[in-house]
Design a protein around this ligand. Structure first.
Ligand code: PMP
Length: 424
């Protein structure tokens, strides 16, 4: 194949200037196999970021690839105006993974589309317009979801008149530490003094992803959901990153907070790399769309449905939830050991294989170690490791590998961090 330089040159010539790359010299990926990626020279990298938390079961997982291939030979597309069994089989399997009355599924093609639809449902169901999301949130790149997104690093969030951003309960950087009730009070105050009292919905990630792997203070969502429901709004969980067993003991991120949302949105890991997203809600909320048409040309097409169904099967068959809990707790303890040794590690957080490592130049002041993080990112790449980076200050490593990531892989990553941090 072409060299990395040639690939980059063509992108510069024909693709938009908003593309951004990791690494001074971007990695040119030609092949993926489970938790590994390979560049054009055949060099192998351990993938700790899974194509931005998307390749849930592993690159080109054989059972999922086979399911996609077989379906693509029989019927690739028909749209929902005709009958085909794949979409129903997939919806049934997905609904079986949801708690409570969350049994009605809509398929779309991405996280942004899922959140757009969730927002529409919340507004139609309540008859209200005002949406509430958390600061530091990322909910998508479409015009409506850009309003929900609250990250100035994006540079072009489109302010929406009816969206309010409230304090995110960040135990490390937030002013109230892990005291969920104080952040909940901020939400209540916003509703009381900042809205017109016509709240349609509240949307939150349980683990803020792009915002820097922030795990919401324990108990926050329970308090927040109560407040929002009392104000007449519905509660939306954005599970685009945290779903499908990644957090270990639970299948969904919201379970770690002991809540049941009214609407759940998902994408990324649902398709192991296929363009696929979904919204799951209750029959009551779904009924607001009953006399209307909610149409999506590609949503739940036979190939994506066959692939998505295979993903659910693989997660169960390979016991990925238990695996994420086991490997995650091993990796967390390795990272906490490193924290004792390396001053630069300000915070180790997360659950399962949904982890964050926040780097600071000063433990007390928590000064973001932005340049050091960028430097370490390059060093890890030299050692054959690709990892995620995020947060408002670009000083958080995001560790969210394919869920086949092993204890040995965790040790390899911890050793590489130890080695490269020792050389800082
Ligand atoms: N929600 C969350 C939590 C996300 O991380 C993302 C993507 N990074 C989205 C929504 C938007 O998904 P997509 O890029 O598929 O539109």
């Amino acid at each position: 194949g072409p060299s990395a330089d040639e690939v980059l040159e063509k992108r510069k010539q024909f693709l938009g200037p908003s593309l951004f790359y990791y690494y001074q010299k971007p990695v040119n990926i030609v092949e993926g196999k489970m938790q590994y990626l390979f560049d054009e020279s055949g060099r192998r990298y351990l993938d700790c970021f899974a194509g931005i938390v998307t390749v849930s079961c592993g690159h080109c997982h054989p059972e999922i690839s086979d399911a996609i291939m077989e379906q693509s030979k029989i019927l690739q597309h028909a749209t929902t105006i005709y009958l085909h069994h794949a979409i129903g089989d997939f919806a049934e399997a997905l609904a079986s993974k949801m708690p409570g009355n969350l049994k009605v599924v809509y398929f779309v093609n991405s996280g942004s589309e899922a959140n757009e639809l969730a927002m529409l449902m919340a507004r139609l169901y309540t008859g209200n317009l005002e949406m509430i999301s958390l600061r530091n949130a990322y909910h998508g790149g479409s015009s409506g979801t850009l309003g929900l997104t609250a990250l100035n690093t994006w540079k072009y969030s489109i302010p929406q008149g009816e969206v309010h951003h409230v304090m995110n309960p960040d135990p490390y950087r937030g002013p109230f530490g892990s005291d969920a009730s104080k952040y909940a009070k901020d939400l209540q105050d916003h509703i009381d003094y900042g809205t017109c009292g016509r709240v349609a919905g509240f949307i939150a990630e349980t683990f803020q992803g792009a915002g820097g792997a922030v795990e919401l203070a324990p108990g926050y969502l329970k308090l927040a959901y109560d407040i929002v429901r009392k104000a007449g709004g519905v509660c939306i969980a954005d599970e685009v990153q945290s779903g499908f067993g990644r957090t270990g003991g639970c299948y969904w991120g919201f379970e770690t907070q002991g809540v049941i949302p009214d609407i759940v949105t998902m994408a990324k890991g649902i398709g192991n790399g296929l363009p696929l997203g979904a919204v799951v809600t209750t029959p009551e909320i779904a009924s607001v769309l009953a006399q209307k048409i909610q149409f999506n040309t590609f949503g739940g097409n036979p190939v994506c449905s066959a692939g998505g169904l295979a993903v659910l099967r693989v997660i169960d068959k390979e016991k990925r939830q238990a695996h994420c809990a086991d490997v995650g707790s091993h990796l967390i303890s390795r990272l906490k050991e490193l924290q004792q040794k390396h001053e630069i590690i300000g915070d180790v957080r997360g659950k399962g294989l949904m982890l964050g490592l926040e780097l600071v130049t000063d433990q007390k002041e928590k000064t973001p170690a932005k340049a050091e993080t960028a430097h370490l990112l390059e060093k890890l790449r030299e050692l054959g490791i690709l990892i995620g980076k995020g947060g408002l200050h670009g000083n958080v490593f995001r560790i969210k590998p394919p869920m086949c990531f092993s204890r040995d892989d965790a040790d390899f990553l911890a050793d590489a961090l130890d080695y490269s941090m020792s050389k800082l």
